[in-house]
Design a protein around this ligand. Structure first.
Ligand code: COI
Length: 357
């Protein structure tokens, strides 16, 4: 398959673009989207860039009933010299294929998906916001479209890429968020779908997130699904702690999402010779570290969340305040360097950036 096979149909009227300063997360979409369709036995066909518009699906489409769907999230940035930059897109396309394999969905051609994305970005380039803290969020996703109420993998799929100019994910912006440690519900267990980026993982987390929101917390921190003792991840991000000079993040254990920002932060810390360890870490350890004053910082990492400092954990109705509720030095340094590399303000020593044009 080659990029020449992508048909392009441009929209007749362009939509009004939002003010950069007004941008929240994921409510505004650009003028175009990429679509390709899959049929078992025939493979992918009809690669096309078309005006962004609602799609029509049969009410019996498998995605509506059994949640056979996967997605990704990455971002594009406009550098000062006007070039469009993608952050590690090959990692997202690879992870999308891993998620698809878990959900019995077909593999995409990763290179073709990146080429299609680049072409879409060139067409909708003027939608990339430039204000501090903004970017163009990219959502590739695949849905099962066959009409069938029997529980079996679909024989038909659509792969799409949509684009959304975004600001900060949390209303707190770069200020520390407060997190409720979830004691009742669990997100995933080893052998489940926790490592896949699939809708069901997020749907099953909504109830806990709603309760946390009612109590004034931005998100929940999930504990392991067996003992409810070890830290897994926050709803939309992986989590890191700095205790006594060492940075610790839960090890990948078969139920945690393998975050691309997580991996990049570990690489950055290694590059700076800051000790970083991937291991099991319990809430008891966080309580102790807060009580004896060795918990220096906590922060979340994710494409949408970037680096989000955490100012407080509430666990079993006890509040554990981190760094007096203010952003720590390391969180700040990581945020500045990561976003600096992404936007081109700082040189990229890792070859993470893929230039679009
Ligand atoms: C991302 O960070 O891209 C995510 O997918 C998290 C979320 C918005 C569900």
């Amino acid at each position: 398959m080659t990029v020449q096979m992508i048909e392009v149909k441009l929209c007749e009227t362009k939509k009004k673009k939002p003010e950069s300063s007004q941008l929240g997360f994921g409510r505004v979409f650009t003028d175009h989207m990429f679509v390709a369709d899959y049929t078992e036995g025939q493979g992918w066909s009809d690669h096309r860039i078309v005006p962004y518009e609602p799609i029509t699906l049969d009410p019996a489409a498998i995605v509506f009933h059994y949640g056979q769907t996967v997605f990704e999230g990455l971002k594009a940035y406009l550098s000062k010299d006007g070039s469009v930059r993608l952050f590690r897109p090959e990692q997202n396309m690879r992870r999308m294929n891993q998620s698809s394999a878990r959900l019995c969905m077909p593999q995409i051609d990763e290179d073709l998906a990146i080429e299609a994305l680049k072409e879409l970005l060139i067409i909708d380039k003027e939608w990339i916001p430039t204000a501090e803290g903004t970017s163009l969020y990219i959502r590739p996703f695949m849905i099962a479209t066959e009409s069938h109420l029997g529980v079996s993998p679909s024989k038909k799929y659509s792969f799409m890429i949509i684009l959304s100019p975004v600001g900060s994910y949390y209303k707190e912006g770069i200020h520390p968020v407060k997190i409720l440690v979830e004691n009742e519900y669990v997100r995933a267990v080893a052998g489940g779908t926790g490592t896949a980026k699939t809708a069901g993982n997020y749907a099953s987390g909504l109830r806990a997130q709603e309760v946390a929101g009612q109590k004034g917390y931005a998100q929940v921190l999930w504990l392991d699904g067996v003992e409810k003792k070890y830290i897994e991840e926050v709803g939309s991000m992986n989590v890191f702690f700095k205790i006594n000079g060492e940075v610790i993040t839960p090890m990948l254990n078969g139920s945690i999402l393998e975050g691309i920002t997580r991996k990049s932060i570990i690489q950055l810390l290694n590059h700076w010779d800051i000790p970083v360890t991937e291991r099991k870490i319990s809430m008891d350890e966080i309580r102790e570290a807060t009580e004896n004053g060795t918990l220096e910082e906590a922060f979340g990492t994710g494409t949408a969340a970037v680096i989000s400092p955490i100012g407080e954990f509430n666990w079993q109705d006890n509040k554990y305040v981190v760094n007096n509720g203010v952003t720590g030095q390391l969180s700040k340094r990581l945020y500045e360097n990561l976003t600096g590399i992404q936007t081109g303000a700082i040189e990229d020593p890792f070859n993470w950036i893929v230039e679009v044009d």
